[in-house]
Design a protein around this ligand. Structure first.
Ligand SMILES: Nc1ncnc2c1ncn2[C@@H]1O[C@H](COP(=O)(O)OP(=O)(O)O)[C@@H](O)[C@H]1O
Ligand SMILES: [Mg+2]
Length: 347
């Protein structure tokens, strides 16, 4: 097999383990692999919003499973269909309404829209999302539930922004969102059914967040992403290589087995193999060595470390105990090994 030009680029030669994502970012987004049903659902939601039936869709799944990639696909489709796309994301310890502020700021630096008659009464409420809009309207704000006022203001604003073609609001990493943002999103879910507004959120379900009310809201369409099967793993590997290239079977099997179907891990393992020099030019066959079999790229290790870093002390003990016990976790043994009681382990 031969390395892609990208793999041989100066970026690659910098020698960082996370090199593949750097390289692919430089080349622009690569083809989407699999996810046919999810893409169809999102496209339909975009088409419906464009035709006047909006909604809220929530893409969920574990870290690295492809949530951001999928919502980016929806954004591309929406943009091509003529919708205005606003994108924001939540961050750990972000301030109030962070994902929405992020989404709106890029679009609404120009405050003249706030002068329109339908938005003027909501200017003060909306100033929580768009700082430049703070104004003299505080006294006119109706004395009712602030979520309702802000929500109504947001719906009017998005209607205005979207115009005749509609508006898509993409909100990524919502597992880090503040409760107010989620309440607002919930309001949208109940309010945009007859408007050209679609909100697509993405959130991890391996965090406490999966118990959030939003997931249980009947107006929210939840799209849970599963791990890749073998075909999609192989598809992802070949999408990262040039057409005339292929991985030696041993390496392909290694990635299929080690990645457990998580696309991010597939990419990191592939980057690791490339980085380690385990791949050879076209025409020669590279055999799997004991060394490459043990390979765990630092990018992957860093991902795991980051995840572990976000756990509490007890959660970390459980993870360590589970790692000691191996793939098939014996739930009866886990509390003993972790030195915790059963309730703590289950929690
Ligand atoms: N369906 C897919 N097709 C191609 N690449 C994918 C797909 N899903 C995920 N990836 C790649 O895997 C990596 C992790 O995906 P990402 O969307 O960032 O995961 P998440 O947002 O769920 O943490 C990214 O580099 C992304 O491009
Ligand atoms: Mg993401």
């Amino acid at each position: 097999m031969r390395l892609t030009r990208a793999f041989c680029s100066p970026v690659h030669l910098l020698g960082s383990w996370g090199v593949l994502s750097v390289v692919t970012a430089a080349l622009g987004p690569s083809a989407l692999v699999g996810r046919e049903i999810e893409v169809a659902v999102l496209r339909r939601a975009v088409d419906e919003a464009r035709a006047g039936t909006g909604g809220v869709v929530l893409v969920t799944g574990e870290a690295g499973i492809g949530k951001s990639r999928l919502v980016r696909e929806a954004a591309l489709y929406a943009r091509e269909a003529g919708l205005t796309v606003l994108s924001g994301r939540a961050v750990p310890q972000g301030g109030a309404y962070r994902p929405l502020v992020d989404a709106l700021l890029g679009q609404l630096r120009d405050a003249t829209m706030s002068e329109s008659p339908e938005l003027r009464p909501f200017r003060s409420a909306l100033s929580r999302l768009i700082p430049g809009w703070s104004g003299s309207e505080a006294a006119t704000e109706p004395a009712v539930d602030s979520v309702v006022v802000l929500g109504e203001g947001l719906v009017r604003l998005l209607r205005r922004v979207g115009g005749d073609a509609g508006c898509l609001v993409v909100l990524d990493d919502l597992h880090w969102a503040d409760a107010d943002s989620l309440a607002l999103l919930e309001f949208l879910a109940g309010a945009v059914g007859t408007s050209r507004i679609l909100a697509v959120g993405a959130a991890r379900t391996d965090e406490r967040w999966h118990r959030d009310r939003l997931m249980l809201n009947e107006n929210v369409l939840a799209l849970a992403l599963d791990r890749f099967g073998r075909d999609d793993i192989v598809g992802l590997i070949s999408s990262r290589l040039r057409q005339e290239e292929s991985l030696s079977p041993g390496f392909e099997e290694l990635i299929v087995a080690r990645s457990e179907g998580v696309p991010l891990v597939v990419e990191e393992l592939l980057a690791g193999l490339v980085e380690s020099g385990a791949l050879t030019p076209v025409g020669s066959v590279q055999h799997l060595t004991a060394e490459s079999g043990r390979l765990v790229p630092a990018g992957l290790a860093a991902l795991v470390a980051r995840r572990l870093g976000s756990l509490t002390e007890d959660q970390r003990k459980v993870v360590h105990a589970a790692a000691v016990l191996g793939r098939e976790v014996d739930w009866a043994l886990l509390p003993l090994v972790a030195a915790l009681d059963e309730d703590s382990v289950l929690e």
